[in-house]
Design a protein around this ligand. Structure first.
Ligand SMILES: [Zn+2]
Length: 252
């Protein structure tokens, strides 16, 4: 049975992040061991399709209604309307459909879930430093408003990702990132290098576009600290991914 971490993001939505599974039973040297649906980081196709079947069952959609883009740290967000668009180089999706499950894959980057339950519009985005810096949050919220969402109705959840303690960066990067994203650098202190708190950067960014902290739920789990999750920093880039899944429940 797959293990999941539920994300609290209001009503009429199912939202969760997948975990690798029972850690004591995982095959330690295999960086894909555990639950993985990501098709472009080197895992075996059979394993991926087994996991996808399981995920489709859990979310009660057909396997071909699991929408899993090839992410490239872009700020490209697509609206899933009647047609399902091409999902190459896509890092965010929004929809008002209730027969699709939107999925982003991450390993240390931020999976961000959006929900306007009043208007029945949901979204999900992959936000690493590049995406945050480029404006993936703004693009996703804009796409939701195009569908009819209202800013003051949007709730957000940030799933398991790298914590500030684990995210060590170069000095130049820290300064550049801070200049754009605001105060999210944890000062060096005892450390050799600065650390960046990407969660704080995302929450502040949401605040700037009008989504208050009280509407945002940030889970505490760190993908790098917590072995129940895949982590690119801990396991290498060629490894499985945490799937964060969003499905709207019921018609509005
Ligand atoms: Zn950590």
């Amino acid at each position: 049975m797959m293990e999941i971490l539920k994300l609290e993001v209001g009503d009429r939505i199912v939202a969760f992040s997948t975990m690798r599974g029972n850690v004591s039973q995982l095959d330690a040297p295999n960086p894909y061991s555990g639950f993985n649906v990501c098709h472009y980081t080197g895992d075996d196709a059979t394993h991926i399709s087994q996991c996808r079947s399981e995920l489709a069952k859990l979310t009660e959609v057909a396997v071909d209604r699991l929408l899993i883009p090839r992410q490239t740290h872009s700020v490209n967000v697509v609206i899933i309307g009647e047609e399902i668009p091409d999902l190459e180089e896509v890092d965010g999706m929004v929809t008002s459909r209730d027969d699709v499950a939107l999925v982003v894959n991450t390993a240390d980057c931020l999976p961000i879930v959006f929900n306007d339950s009043k208007h029945g519009i949901v979204g999900v985005a992959h936000g690493g430093w590049r995406g945050l810096y480029g404006g993936i949050i703004e693009s996703t919220v804009t796409a939701m408003t195009v569908l009819g969402a209202e800013l003051q109705e949007i709730r957000v959840a940030i799933g398991p990702c790298i914590c500030g303690d684990c995210y060590e960066v170069d000095e130049d990067f820290a300064r550049r990132f801070e200049e754009r994203m605001g105060d999210c650098v944890i000062e060096v202190g005892e450390r050799e290098k600065p650390h960046v708190d990407l969660r704080r950067a995302a929450v502040d960014c949401l605040g700037r576009i009008g989504i208050a902290k009280s509407k945002i739920n940030v889970v505490e789990e760190c993908s790098r600290c917590d072995e129940r999750f895949f982590s690119a920093r801990r396991m290498g880039v060629e490894s499985g991914r945490i799937a964060t899944v969003v499905k709207k429940v019921g018609k509005v």
